[in-house]
Design a protein around this ligand. Structure first.
Ligand SMILES: [Cu+2]
Length: 134
């Protein structure tokens, strides 16, 4: 294993650690190196109930210090099934006014968890929401 591979492995494990705690609805951790006080707030909009086969839009509205964040580093929607297995990870693009939107089709009935992972200003916020497909 060369040094580059080793570094990649370290980064990957740090990233996974940051994302593994799915129990919390929302979490903020402050980066110690940021000199300016920043908040990172994410409001996640998903349908509560829908029919299988329906394509829906899901939106994360990202704000920092009460302003829309139009250039987040990364916004990713993770879809989990009821066993917390990851079914899909979809990167969202900014549409407008701090809103990052993806489309997804829930093919099968069940209860799903949608988590929007948002990175901006060296902060990470990941609210989640339950979606019931009938
Ligand atoms: Cu995350």
């Amino acid at each position: 294993m060369n040094i580059k591979t080793l570094l990649l492995a370290v980064f990957a494990s740090v990233f996974l650690a940051a994302c593994s705690d799915g129990a919390d609805d929302e979490m903020n951790h402050d980066a110690p190196e940021s000199d300016e006080m920043r908040t990172l707030d994410v409001e996640l909009f998903t349908p509560d109930h829908l029919m299988s086969g329906e394509t829906v839009e899901m939106t994360a509205h990202v704000t920092s210090n009460d302003e829309d964040v139009t250039e987040a580093d990364h916004v990713m929607f993770e879809i989990q099934d009821e066993n917390e297995e990851t079914l899909e990870e979809i990167t969202a693009e900014h549409s407008e006014n701090g809103e990052y939107t993806v489309e997804y089709t829930f093919d099968e009935t069940g209860t799903y968890t949608v988590i929007s992972h948002v990175d901006a200003f060296s902060l990470h916020t990941m609210p989640s929401s339950e979606v019931i497909v009938e």
